[in-house]
Design a protein. Structure first.
Length: 278
């Protein structure tokens, strides 16, 4: 994976990580933020150890990873790490980036939630070769897909699949630090109920966090909740065009459609922040 820094003073700074593999992008992390001066110190490569693995769905696993050389692995909710996996001779074809699904808690451990990609050498290695006790090489934290500070507008967290990871981190951070905020909408789209990651946890947070609305929707299964895609839902809640920031995380098709629709609602590009998985 090669990392690029793209800058456009009119609209955004972008931090792009791509993993080309036979013309297939197994995993991309693309972050856009409001214009501001933001410089991350370059993090060294470190050893880490897998301490726990849990199968979450038929094609998704949660990995807990500790960093022995650190007493505390410090990061901002929403950031990601890059793994250097032994799957290719060239470094830029070994690197895979994943959003941190846990939240800063003062320990040296963090969690990743990873979906198995068909034909993806990186996720295939993680699913087939990595066990509890396995050592990995990683770098991080990285990324600027983080909460606004302060939170002065409504927040729309819009995601599909494992794109819920950074929002889980943000919500727990808000809870644990009593961060003042406006209304928060987590709109989470999956195909079936079995694919709803952290579903019970999000329902519990909705009872604890004031003005937090958890709205999952299924595109290929009837159930007691919302059905269809995420777009109709945020359009419904943003129809008054209240001040809001839209944070998008998931697959490219969803994000491209969301950016178009949010623009049609009357919001400018500075209101949209994205992290793209591909």
């Amino acid at each position: 994976m090669e990392m690029f820094l793209l800058e456009n003073s009119d609209f955004f700074n972008a931090n792009l990580c791509a993993s080309p593999e036979n013309n297939h992008l197994e995993n991309i992390v693309l972050c856009f933020t409001l214009p501001k001066i933001y410089r991350m110190a370059v993090q060294p490569w470190r050893k880490c150890i897998v301490t726990r693995i849990q199968e979450e769905t038929y094609n998704t696993k949660r990995f807990w990873i500790a960093v022995p050389e650190l007493k505390s692995f410090d990061f901002e909710a929403g950031q990601f790490v890059t793994l250097d996996l032994p799957i290719h001779e060239k470094p830029n074809k070994r690197w895979r980036s994943y959003s941190i699904a846990s939240w800063p808690n003062g320990t040296n451990e963090f969690e990743l939630v990873i979906v198995l990609m068909e034909g993806g050498a990186g996720t295939q290695y993680l699913f087939d070769q990595v066990k509890v006790g396995s050592e990995l090489i990683f770098r991080g934290p990285q990324g600027v897909f983080v909460l606004p500070d302060p939170i002065e507008k409504d927040l729309f967290f819009i995601c599909t699949g494992t794109g819920i990871a950074p929002f889980r981190s943000m919500l727990h951070y808000i809870t644990e630090h009593n961060v003042p905020h406006k209304k928060i909408y987590l709109i989470f789209g999956t195909r079936t109920k079995a694919n709803l990651l952290y579903h019970d946890e999000m329902r519990s947070l909705a009872e604890i966090i004031e003005d937090f609305h958890y709205i999952p929707t299924l595109s290929r299964e009837e159930w007691e909740g919302k059905t269809g895609y995420v777009h109709d839902i945020y359009e419904e809640f943003a129809k008054e065009k209240q001040p809001a920031d839209f944070m998008l995380c998931g697959w490219k098709n969803m994000i491209d459609e969301a950016k178009k629709r949010i623009s049609q609602l009357g919001y400018d590009r500075k209101s949209v922040h994205q992290e793209l998985y591909g």
